[in-house]
Design a protein around this ligand. Structure first.
Ligand code: KIV
Ligand code: NA
Length: 276
């Protein structure tokens, strides 16, 4: 499969083919996403929770993100690689955002960055895109702001809030975003935003009207505890893994493992001498 670029994503969008996006947080999870032919690999800061055990995404540092991003990059051949800018690394000023986005591109080996926020982030997004850093927007439920949102809740449920969200989406497009993530947004609102914009929308809990979809890999594989309503669990791998680990434990305790086929033999002559 050939390398997915911004031009590829544009082509998919133009012909109405849904864009697939999946998170990854290390070399194996990145390799698997790439192998599956997913269009865009996202090193989401959700890894703070699903890979590092933090209680929120806002705790992760830039250095931690860079460490994970590099690992995903080493496993990514064809997918378009985008990484989240952690909370606190882009809000102060466009300069701060450029400095830290440059690190994500240079040290993290990502091709684009994602940041959360609406029209208030437009000047920052404009600066990033002007210096050649592609930006993926993210509105609706923005987990880095969960405290001020009052938790993980659907956004844009009233006409006033939906209208504000539409304005935010348009501002992100005008600032130069190549696509916008819509998280936990009522389907009619997400579909409307998709129709209004001329860049792709990537939905998560935003219905089938979006130009593409994204899920968190641990969630869809059943590897992480609490799964949100909008997530489809394609496999229950945690159960599989625990079963395998229990079998291993029991095999070791009973002596069933390791068996002869798992052991290295010694040349017979050497063995005879060794046993003498
Ligand atoms: O961090 C993440 O994984 C994300 C996606 C859910 C969009 O931001
Ligand atoms: Na994120």
């Amino acid at each position: 499969r050939s390398k997915v670029t911004l031009a590829t994503l544009r082509k998919l969008y133009k012909r109405g083919e849904p864009i697939t996006v999946m998170t990854a947080h290390d070399f194996p999870t990145g390799t698997l996403v790439d192998k599956a032919g997913i269009d865009m690999t996202l090193v989401g800061d959700s890894l703070a929770m699903v890979a590092l055990g933090y209680t929120s995404t806002s705790e992760i540092t830039l250095d931690e993100m860079l460490h994970h991003c590099r690992a995903v990059a080493r496993g990514t051949r064809s997918g378009f690689l985008v990484a989240d800018m952690p909370f606190g690394t882009y809000e102060t000023s466009p300069d701060q955002a450029v400095n830290n986005a440059v690190r994500i591109i240079k040290e993290g080996k990502a091709e684009a960055v994602k940041l959360e926020g609406g029209k208030e982030m437009a000047p920052t997004i404009a600066r990033l895109t002007q210096v050649g850093i592609p930006v993926l927007g993210h509105i609706g439920l923005t987990p880095q702001r969960q405290a001020s949102l009052g938790g993980f809740k659907v956004q844009g449920k009233t006409v006033a809030k939906a209208k504000a969200m539409i304005e935010d989406a348009i501002a992100l497009q005008q600032a130069g975003c190549y696509a916008v993530v819509l998280e936990a947004v009522p389907e009619p609102v997400a579909t409307h935003i998709t129709n209004v914009l001329s860049i792709p929308t990537i939905g998560i809990g935003a219905g089938a009207g979006c130009s593409g979809q994204v899920l968190v890999q641990q969630d869809m594989l059943g590897l992480y505890g609490r799964v949100p309503k909008f997530c489809k669990t394609y496999r229950s791998l945690a159960d599989e893994i625990v079963m395998a680990l229990r079998e291993y434990s029991s095999d070791v305790k009973t002596g069933a493992f390791p068996a002869e086929e798992h052991c290295y033999p010694m040349p017979q002559e050497e063995l005879n001498r060794f046993m003498r």
